[in-house]
Design a protein. Structure first.
Length: 264
């Protein structure tokens, strides 16, 4: 199933969605897809005039592939402008992903601060493709097109604080780019600490907070997104990483923070 087909599935039947093995990431499902599916279930329960402002995501446990998942939603509070929503992905009676989301309607304000400029990278068409290699890379990456333009590759022994480049979804009919797509595109980048290693070792997101710049810049699923991650601190098997996502023209789209675990 494609990304769009899985989004349709969770909209139609949120209580029973099965993710195929082609979306696996090691022994579990690609976390960006899980976040996107849970977000879609939450989005359907919130008034359309309240765009998502932030999501706090915890990957509680590994998800079994090819087994049904229930995407549950609880409205914690609906105020005059803000809805607080809890999303829980459950499999075999156990919570595997937990998301707390804040959705808020715009309001008048005298405060307006321009975002920091985007990093200056080579244009995407001047950066070499990063091809999918079955058996070497996580299966889900067959659905993502990437161009590595900043920092080292995972397990390259590159002691850089920064990592990034360009990404977009493959084989998706052109449609407006939504927050669900952005969740997958941000999380497709591996933990920024992995380039420090000189040989493969497991690493994954433990917690993830992402904030969206609303209204989203006008983009489609065929457009590249530009990503830059910075390691702020890493020790004792945990790394703390801040990242941003921009349009190719330099408009800020999302701000991300992750606590990642690494076994190496």
């Amino acid at each position: 199933m494609t990304f769009s087909e899985l989004l349709d599935a969770v909209r139609d039947h949120p209580q029973e969605v099965t993710i195929p093995a082609s979306w696996s990431q090691g022994r579990s499902c690609f976390g960006g897809l899980m976040a996107a599916l849970q977000f879609e279930a939450m989005r359907a329960r919130v008034p359309a005039d309240r765009p998502v402002r932030s999501l706090a995501i915890s990957f509680v446990g590994p998800l079994a592939i090819d087994m049904p998942i229930s995407f549950e939603v609880e409205i914690l509070r609906e105020g005059k402008a803000v809805s607080q929503v809890l999303g829980r992905a459950v499999q075999n009676g156990e919570t595997v992903t937990l998301i707390q989301g804040s959705f808020g309607a715009p309001r008048e304000s005298s405060i307006a601060v321009v975002a920091e400029p985007a990093p200056v990278l080579k244009p995407a068409d001047e950066v070499a493709p990063f091809p999918f290699r079955a058996g070497v890379m996580p299966d889900y990456m067959r659905y993502i097109e990437m161009r590595w333009a900043l920092g080292g590759l995972p397990y390259s022994g590159t002691p850089s604080r920064v990592m990034g480049g360009y990404a977009r979804l493959r084989d998706v009919e052109e449609a407006p780019l939504t927050e669900a797509h952005l969740l997958a595109l941000v999380d497709t980048w591996p933990p920024a600490v992995l380039p420090h290693l000189s040989k493969p070792a497991p690493g994954s997101s433990l917690t993830w907070t992402i904030e969206f710049v609303q209204p989203l810049p006008a983009m489609t699923t065929h457009d590249w997104t530009l990503y830059k991650a910075v390691i702020e601190h890493a020790r004792d098997g945990y790394g703390h990483v801040a990242a941003g996502l921009w349009t190719p023209s330099g408009e800020l789209v999302a701000i991300s923070r992750q606590t990642v675990t690494v076994f190496g």
